[in-house]
Structure formats: C-alpha cells, structure tokens
Design a binder for this molecule. Structure first.
Ligand code: FAD
Ligand code: MG
Length: 571
C-alpha cells in the first residue's frame, strides 16, 4: 500500500490507466493494483463531485481590478479561469518612468501565475483575448494570439456561472486623423518601451551630419497631447532624462531640444486641486516646457501636429520629432459589442449598479476602467422611501419616522452624505428645515438637491483595486449573505440587499513633476508639493508593489539611476 501511494505521487503526471499498468507490473499484479485503482476512483469521485458543486467563474483581464479580485478570492467554492492576452500584471503608475529608463520594464511586471497561486486549489490562466461575451448563453469566446506556427487551435469557448469583466479601457483618439498612425500611446509596457527607443532615435537622428539646424530642431521637438496626470508625468520624466543624462551625451544639440504639452482645457492637471495645477504650470515654465492650454488638436501627420487655438480661433501647425497621445480612455470593442447585446448600446461606458453587477444582465460583474457605476438617484425612489418610512400610514412623515430609515438611506444613496457636507448640515433631519412633519411634496423638496452631488469615479488603479477587493469579499460571503444579509433595506420591495454597496475611499493622488519634486492631493483637502512629497511618492510606490521581487527591483533601479544616471542605449 505504501508502495502504491509512493508510486501515485511519483507518477502523478501519468494518466490513471498508465499508473495502474506501472503498479501492476512492479507488484506482479494482484492486491496492490486492485487497491490503487479503488482509491483512485474514490478520490476522482470526490474531486468530480466537488467540481460539479463549484460555480464556474471566468475573469477577463490581468490588470489592477482582476488581480486584486483574484488575490483575495476564496476558491474553495469556485472553479476559476482567467483569460487575458497579458500573462503578467503591470504596475501602470510607473510606466512613465519606463519611457526614459528610470525604471526597467521588467521591474514593474509580475507574472500572473505567481499572483494566482493558491494554497487550496488552482486558478487556471489562459493567455488569450476574449473576442465575444455571450451573456444570454453564459459563454465567452476567446482567441489566443500565440504564434500561429505552433500546432493546435487558437480559438476556444468557456462557460461560466459568473463572469467578471475587467478588461480595462483602450486609448481615446476622439477620431482625430493621423493619431493611430503617427502617435505613441502610453497604456501598455510595450508602449513605454517603444517610446524609450523613439526618444533615443530622435537624438541619434538629430546629430547625424548634413542636417540643417531646423531639421535637428524638428527631430528634437517632443509633443505631448493631453495635460492630465499621465501626459504631465511623462513630460517631467522626459525633461529630466534630457537635462540630466542626454545633454551630456549629445552636447552638440542640447540647445535645440523642446518639449511641448498641448492641453484642451485651461490648465494642466485640471482634475487636481488648483494649487497643484498652478505649481505644475510654474515648475514647467521654469523648466522651459512649453504648455499650450486651450488648444484642440485637429490632426497629426508624420511631420506636424495641427491644432486650433480656442482663444483666437486660428489653426496652427507645429513640426515634431515624436508625439505622445495621452487624452483619456475609451471602451474596448469586446465591451462595446457586449453593451449592444444587453441594451446599453447608447451609453459610452458599460454601466453597473452599486454592487458592480452589469445592468441588464444576470451574473455578470464589471470592475475597473471598463465600467462605471450608475449611481441610483434618490429622486427615482422618493415615493417608495416615503411609503417605507411612513409606518403609521398617515400620509406624513414625522422626524422620528424619518430617523428610522436614515442609516439605510445613507448607505444606499451616498450622495446624501456629500450633500450634507456641501450644505454644512450635521444631521440628515436638518434637511427638513426644522419641520416636525412633512408630506410627500415636502419630503421631495427636502431631498431635491441631493442628486446633484453624484459623481462618477475616476479611471484609476486605486478605484480598480478597491473594486476587485470589494467584489472578492462579496463572492467569499455569498452563501452567508443568503441567510444574513448585510446590505441596506430595499425600499421598493421587502427585505434587505445581500451586501453593502461598493464605497470608494480616496487615499490621495500624486503628480510627479520632475527634478525630484512632486505634488500630492491628500485626503482632507491637504495639498503637499516639493521635494518631501517626491520622497513620499518613492515610499508609497515602493510599498504598493505587488511582490517583494518587484519592490526590490524598482528600488534598485531608482538607486542605479541616482548613481549612474539613465541608460541611453537603443535597445
Ligand atoms: P488594466 O489595468 O488596464 O487591465 C486590463 C486587463 O485586461 C489587462 O490585463 C489587459 O491585457 C486585459 N484585456 C484587455 N482586453 C482584453 C480582452 N479582450 N480579453 C481579456 N483580457 C483583456 N492610476 C492610479 O490610480 N495612479 C496612478 O499613478 C496611475 N498612473 C497611470 C499611469 C499610466 C501611464 C497609465 C496608462 C495609467 C495610470 N493609472 C493610474 C490608471 C490605472 O492604470 C488604471 O486605472 C488601471 O490600470 C485600471 O485597471 P483595470 O484592471 O480596469 O485595467
Ligand atoms: Mg406618518
């Protein structure tokens, strides 16, 4: 028996029939072979029973949202499969640093197979792209892009009980002519690597003999379209790379380099506190980075960027050596097709409810940049809320009756809290304006301004990661929630929601501005700028790394850069 179990371990990779054959021939047949086949079938049976009971979960993507979902998911009751064209997770906040070699590409990626390893089972990963979601039949169709010369089919289909869509977003060109053909993007690790090579190319080309000064100047004109956090951080990185490293290596052309940031709004970093955008604009002005606000790009060619200056209405063209396009996100084709199927075709972004369930679709969840939460308006439910609160059915609501439902209102409609802060009110009952009792019209009036506070969440890693963690906690508590619901009461029907709705907590955001200076917006309306903020940035981004391996690599890259500067080899 011990021999049989030893052999079972030793030959684990073999099919059951060959194990039987090996054991049979070694033992000379008889009892050992019999007991091996008996125990095998018993194990297989329980395994099969477990698999049948387990709900099939398919996860699309290996970005911020999906990896945080997978990290915390208890897979003892789920059979999980992950599909993504990328077999790694990329720490996107450090992508701008990869464009100039401050950090190496491999230092910011972690193989997804390391992340999904679990002690109590296996999560399967398939390197492929989902090409179609068939929500009605609960299937996803996938295609692998792995070398077509390798044998075997590249297409396959997976069935699911629950689907988690976390495919992120694509680039948004606003259909501007020439952008796809002539601009660099900064979304993926490969994009950052291409930018790095291109920057060096521009310098190597600019110093070739027999170029005019004008031609050298054009080759060394770097244009960044979009003055959001990514565009600004890239401009700052590029400025440091040029002035700390490249001017020493290409002294002949050092005075010909120019960096221009084109922004359609009136300020760069306009989603940040105005103190931060002012600081960034002043810093860029000192650094000689040309910030052109109020300009909308009309087209891009291999030689020029054409734009309309909003203030004067005139069209201007500027020659360039390289353009980086960084102007927000758009819906991926597979998600757009899915939206058409489920009646969301007229929307720009896939909508979910506050529990991250895709609207108009059973058992499909969407997290991260691919979706947005369509927050419920309190005015849509105002009649139902009034009726639920009016316990004595008097047709009026007393302060006490209102008090009774306040906690559920605050959980279900977070805009109420924001409204109270905005109006500097301390209690929800203050909304009743000292009235002891209101009828439905008075109640509507009291809450009429509340929905103005609804805001959609930004497309950031912070939101995506928190959504992933939240969703995994709901999956982990699914059975428990059937008997012990923890969510707010349902106003339109009876009972309670199974879970608390997703609530985002903002921990602040950074804007590195180059020259060892950064700006940060911290919770509680705090703003911090300067060198100390850059050190805070280093410590936060080191601590946020997904593994000790990447943490060590990133910190050693920063140290290498401090000591030796950035590497300008064109590889
Ligand atoms: P992603 O992280 O983009 O992941 C999407 C995943 O889906 C990828 O694995 C992709 O390969 C996969 N996928 C795509 N199509 C398919 C398909 N058809 N089938 C299956 N899988 C698919 N946010 C911050 O909070 N702080 C920052 O400092 C910050 N800096 C940034 C800097 C840059 C340069 C960029 C580009 C973004 C930055 N962000 C930052 C934003 C942040 O990266 C995104 O909000 C975040 O990546 C969104 O996570 P996600 O999981 O939704 O998408
Ligand atoms: Mg009443």
């Amino acid at each position: 028996m011990r021999l049989a179990s030893y052999l079972n371990t030793a030959f684990n990779g073999f099919p059951a029939s060959s194990k039987l054959l090996i054991v049979f021939s070694l033992s000379g047949g008889g009892l050992v072979a019999y007991s091996e086949s008996q125990s095998n079938s018993a194990t297989n049976k329980t395994e099969i029973e477990q698999l049948v009971k387990k709900k099939k979960v398919v996860v699309l993507g290996t970005g911020w949202a999906s990896t945080s979902f997978l990290k915390d998911l208890d897979i003892s009751s789920y059979d999980v499969q992950v599909v993504s064209p990328r077999n790694y997770f990329a720490f996107t906040p450090l992508l701008p640093s990869v464009t100039c070699g401050t950090v190496e590409a491999r230092s910011i990626v972690e193989p997804v197979r390391n992340i999904i390893q679990k002690k109590n089972g296996e999560i399967k990963f398939w390197e492929a792209e989902c090409t179609k979601i068939d929500a009605a039949n609960k299937k996803v169709f996938c295609r692998s892009a792995i070398d077509a010369n390798l044998v075997g089919k590249n297409d396959f289909c997976l069935e699911f009980d629950y689907l988690v869509v976390a495919t992120g977003a694509g680039v948004n060109t606003f259909n501007t002519p020439g952008v796809m053909e002539y601009c660099h993007f900064l979304k993926e690790v490969e994009d950052a690597q291409k930018i790095r090579t291109s920057v060096i190319d521009c310098f190597e080309k600019a110093i070739l003999p027999e170029l005019t000064d004008e031609e050298r100047r054009t080759n060394l004109h770097f244009v960044i379209v979009g003055g959001g956090p990514t565009g600004v951080e890239f401009a700052a990185e590029l400025h440091d790379f040029v002035h700390e490293d490249l001017v020493k290596l290409y002294p002949v052309v050092k005075d010909l380099v120019k960096i221009t940031v084109i922004q359609s709004g009136d300020h760069i970093l306009n989603t940040y506190d105005c103190r931060i955008s002012d600081f960034a604009e002043q810093k860029f002005a000192r650094d000689g980075i040309d910030v052109r606000t109020g300009c909308r790009v009309l087209s891009v060619t291999d030689k020029e960027v054409s734009m309309k200056v909003k203030s004067s209405g005139e069209n201007v063209s500027i020659p360039h050596g390289m353009v980086v396009w960084s102007t927000g996100v758009s819906t991926r084709p597979v998600v757009k097709d899915f939206m058409d199927q489920i009646g969301q075709g007229k929307r720009k972004v896939l909508a979910t409810d506050e529990w991250l369930r895709v609207k108009g679709c059973e058992d499909v969840y969407a997290i991260g940049d691919c979706a947005t939460i369509d927050q419920r308006r309190i005015m849509e439910d105002i009649g139902a809320i009034f009726n639920a609160a009016d316990k004595d059915k008097s047709g009026t609501l007393t302060v006490e009756e209102f008090q009774d439902i306040i906690d559920d209102i605050l959980i279900r409609y977070p805009q109420v809290d924001l409204h109270l802060i905005d109006k500097k009110l301390s209690r929800v009952t203050d909304l009743l304006n000292d009235k002891k009792e209101v009828d439905i019209e008075g109640f509507k009036l009291a809450l009429s301004q509340v929905d103005l506070q609804m805001k959609s969440l930004p497309a950031t890693a912070q939101v995506a990661a928190q959504q992933g963690t939240y969703l995994s906690s709901c999956f982990n508590k699914r059975e428990l929630a059937k008997t012990l619901p923890e969510g707010p009461r349902r106003f339109k029907s009876s009972g309670r929601h199974a879970f608390l709705p997703f609530r985002y907590k903002h921990f602040g955001s950074f804007a590195p501005l180059g020259g060892e200076q950064a700006a940060a917006e911290l919770p509680g309306d705090w703003v911090s700028v300067g060198r100390s903020t850059q050190w805070l940035w280093y410590s936060v981004y080191a601590s946020k790394q997904v593994s000790w391996r990447t943490r060590v690599l990133v910190v050693s890259d920063w140290t290498r850069r401090f000591i030796f500067g950035r590497d300008s080899s064109r590889i």
